[in-house]
Design a protein around this ligand. Structure first.
Ligand code: DGL
Length: 271
C-alpha cells in the first residue's frame, strides 16, 4: 500500500516520554494525523541490552508500517542510539528520523563548545551523542551523565515532588559546575522534569535543549520537501494511541501531560 499526504506520522517510545515529541509535532503540524505507540509493557528500555532494544524497536516499526505511516519518528533516544540504522532499513522508502540527530543539531545551532548530555544508561553508554555532536563540530566538548532513576519517576508521574528534586540534584550537581553552554535532555522522558532542571541550573547561563522541537522542525522540512504535508481541510489531525500494557494508567498520565482528552487508546500485543 502506498502512502499519501493523508497518511499518519508514526511516533514511538518505550512509554510516555515520546509524548513530549507528539506535543511538539502537534504544535508544528496541527493537521497531521498521528499514531503513537508507547511500549508500556517493557519500559524502561534504558537498562536493557542493545540487542533487546533493537528487537523491540523493529517490532514497533513493523506495527507502524502496517498502519501505513508516511514518516516514523523515533521519539526515544535509547532506540535512536541502539537501532536507528536498523529502523531506517526496515522502513525502506518511508523516512525515519531520530531524536539524537535532532537534539545534537539543536545544541550546535544554539552555539557554544561545552555541551552536557543527560540520558539513560544505554544512551550515555553508547557514546551516540559524543559521536553525533563532534561530527557536527569537532571542537565540542561533551560532558555526559546517565540518570537512570528519572524514567521510572516519570512513568509514576512523580516529576515535581521532593523525591524528583533530590534525584535531580544528585544527578546534576557535577554538571552544574562545568559551566556548560547547553544541556541536552537526551531522553524524551526528561522534559517532564524541565522546571526542576531549570531550577537547578538557575544562576548559570546553560541553555536547556529538548530534541522535541528540533525533530518537529526536521519532520516539517522533510514533509514539505516531499510534498507530503496533510493539507486536507482545516481540522486538527487525529491522534491514535497504542500501548503494550495498562492503557488506563498511561491514559491518566498522558492526558495530564498533553492537557487534552485522548479518545482512542488501545492495547496491542506485539509478541
Ligand atoms: N524515553 C526514552 C529515551 O529517550 C526511553 C527511556 C527508557 O525507557 O529507559 O531514551
Amino acid at each position: 500500500m502506498s502512502t499519501s499526504p493523508e497518511s499518519s506520522i508514526g511516533i514511538f517510545d518505550s512509554g510516555i516520554g515520546g509524548l513530549t515529541v507528539v506535543k511538539a509535532v502537534r504544535k508544528a503540524l496541527p493537521r497531521e494525523n498521528i499514531i503513537y505507540f508507547g511500549d508500556t509493557a517493557r519500559v524502561p528500555y534504558g537498562i536493557k541490552s542493545v540487542e533487546t532494544v533493537r528487537q523491540y524497536a523493529l517490532q514497533i516499526t513493523d506495527f507502524l508500517l502496517k498502519k501505513n505511516v508516511k514518516l516514523v519518528l523515533i521519539a526515544c533516544n535509547t532506540v535512536s542510539a541502539a537501532a536507528h540504522e536498523e529502523v531506517k532499513t526496515r522502513c525502506g522508502k518511508i523516512p525515519a528520523l531520530g531524536v539524537i540527530e535532532a537534539g545534537s543539531r539543536a545544541a550546535v545551532e544554539a552555539g557554544g563548545k561545552s555541551i552536557g548530555v543527560i540520558g539513560t544508561l544505554a544512551t550515555i553508554g553508547s557514546g551516540a551523542y559524543d559521536k553525533s555532536l563532534t561530527a557536527l563540530d569537532p571542537g565540542i566538548r561533551v560532558f555526559s551523565r546517565a540518570c537512570p532513576m528519572l524514567v521510572p519517576l516519570a512513568e509514576e508521574g512523580w516529576t515535581d515532588n521532593e523525591i524528583a528534586t533530590l534525584t535531580l540534584q544528585t544527578y546534576l550537581s557535577d554538571l552544574k559546575g562545568k559551566n556548560l553552554d547547553s544541556l541536552i535532555l537526551g531522553c524524551t522522558h526528561y522534559p517532564l522534569f524541565r522546571d526542576g532542571i531549570a531550577e537547578i541550573l538557575n544562576g548559570t547561563t546553560t541553555r536547556i535543549i529538548d530534541s522535541a522541537d528540533s525533530i518537529a522542525r526536521m519532520a516539517t522540512e522533510l514533509l514539505e520537501s516531499k510534498n507530503m504535508m496533510n493539507s486536507e481541510g482545516s481540522r486538527q489531525g487525529s491522534f491514535e494511541c497504542y500501548v503494550s500494557d495498562k492503557p488506563q494508567r498511561f491514559q491518566q498520565l498522558a492526558e495530564r501531560f498533553m492537557g487534552e482528552k485522548i479518545n482512542r487508546i488501545e492495547i496491542v500485543n506485539l509478541i
